[in-house]
Design a protein around this ligand. Structure first.
Ligand SMILES: O=C(O)CCC(=O)C(=O)O
Ligand SMILES: [Fe+2]
Length: 313
C-alpha cells in the first residue's frame, strides 16, 4: 500500500475531473498524498536542500550533539537495565521554525533569501490546494482560506515553516524521530528528504511508509480541516522513525487559522449531512487559539479529547 501520487498540473487540462477526484480520494481515504508537477521550480527545491543541509552543518549539528535527546539516549543505552525500554517524552529531532516575524538562522549564506522565496511559493501552493478542497467539498471558492483568516483585529492566517533534521541514531529502537500525532492546524505541505525515509502514517490500523519521491510535496490535513469538513477529511496519525544511517531532512509548512479565528463545521456540510442522516455534528465550535492551548499539552494524544475540551470552553 502506498499513498496516492497526484500530478497537480493535470488540474489545468483535459484531466481536471479525474485529478479533482484523485485529490478527493486522497483527502477522504488517506489524509495524505504526494503532489508532483506542483509548480514549485525544481531549481528552487535544489537550492532549499542545499541551504538547509548547510545550515544544519554550520549552525545546528554541534548543539544537537549536546541536546536532551542525545543525553537521555546515552543514559538509557549505558544503563544496565534498559531491557526493551524507550526514551520517553522526547524526539530524536533537530527543529527550528520560520515565520514572517521570528529570528532566522543568520550565518548560512543564501539561507534567508532562499527560504523566503520557498515560503512564498509554498503559501501559494497551499492556497491552491485549499481551493481544490473547497471545490471537492462543494464549498464556495475561498471558503477555507476565509475561515482561517476570520477573527477581529490581527486576523491573518498563520503560515509557518518547520525545518527538521533527524540525524543518524545509534539506537533507533530506543527513541522515536517524532512521536505519533495528528497535526493541529489546517493544510500541511511537506518537502521530505530524497533518500532517507522514516515518515509513516496509520492507515486501517497499519503503519505505512511515506516513501521519498524526489521533489514531490506531501500534503496532509490537520485537525482544523477535519472540523471544517465536518469529518469528511480526517486528520491522520503519523510518526517519524529514527534511523541508524543518514540525516533525514524534512521541511513542513503549515497553513493554519489565525489564533483568533472561530472554527466550526462548514454549515453547508452540516445541513447536507443532517438531511441525509438526521444526525447532529460531532464537532464543536471554538476559537483556534484555545485549541492550540489544549494541543500544546496533548499533542501526542488522541484528538477526540481535544475536541471535547474546547467544546466545554
Ligand atoms: O518530518 C516529517 O516528515 C513529519 C513532521 C511532522 O509530522 C510534523 O512536524 O508535524
Ligand atoms: Fe505532523
Amino acid at each position: 500500500m502506498t499513498i496516492p501520487v497526484i500530478d497537480f498540473s493535470k488540474l489545468d487540462g483535459e484531466e481536471r475531473a479525474q485529478t479533482l477526484a484523485q485529490i478527493s480520494k486522497g483527502c477522504e481515504e488517506w489524509g495524505f498524498f504526494q503532489l508532483v508537477n506542483h509548480g514549485i521550480p525544481v531549481e528552487l527545491l535544489e537550492r532549499v536542500k542545499k541551504v538547509c543541509a548547510e545550515c544544519f552543518k554550520l549552525e545546528r549539528e554541534e548543539a544537537f550533539k549536546n541536546s536532551t535527546p542525545v543525553k537521555l539516549l546515552n543514559e538509557l543505552a549505558e544503563s544496565k537495565k534498559n531491557g526493551n525500554s524507550k526514551v520517553e517524552n522526547v524526539d530524536w529531532e533537530d527543529v527550528f521554525l520560520l515565520t514572517d516575524d521570528n529570528e532566522w538562522p543568520s550565518n548560512t549564506p543564501q539561507f534567508r533569501e532562499t527560504m523566503k522565496e520557498y515560503r512564498s511559493e509554498l503559501k501559494k501552493l497551499a492556497e491552491s490546494v485549499m481551493e481544490v478542497m473547497d471545490e471537492n467539498l462543494g464549498l464556495q471558492k475561498g471558503s477555507i482560506k476565509k475561515a482561517f483568516n476570520e477573527g477581529e483585529g490581527d486576523n491573518n492566517a498563520f503560515f509557518g515553516t518547520k525545518v527538521s533534521h533527524y540525524p543518524p541514531c545509534p539506537h533507533p529502537e530506543m527513541v522515536n524521530g517524532l512521536r505519533a500525532h495528528t497535526d493541529a492546524g489546517g493544510v500541511i505541505l511537506l518537502f521530505q528528504d530524497d533518500q532517507v525515509d522514516g515518515l509513516q502514517i496509520l492507515k486501517d490500523g497499519e503503519w505505512i511508509d511515506v516513501s521519498p519521491l524526489p521533489n514531490a510535496i506531501v500534503i496532509n490535513t490537520g485537525d482544523q480541516i477535519e472540523v471544517l469538513s465536518n469529518g469528511k477529511y480526517k486528520s491522520v496519525w503519523h510518526r517519524v522513525m529514527s534511523k541508524p544511517d543518514g540525516n533525514r531532512r524534512s521541511i513542513a509548512s503549515f497553513y493554519n487559522p489565525s489564533l483568533k479565528a472561530t472554527i466550526a463545521p462548514a454549515p453547508e456540510l452540516v445541513e447536507m449531512k443532517d438531511k441525509k442522516e438526521m444526525e447532529i455534528t460531532n464537532y464543536p465550535t471554538f476559537v483556534f487559539g484555545d485549541y492550540m492551548n489544549v494541543y500544546n499539552e496533548q499533542k501526542f494524544l488522541p484528538k477526540e479529547p481535544r475536541f471535547q475540551a474546547v467544546r466545554a470552553m
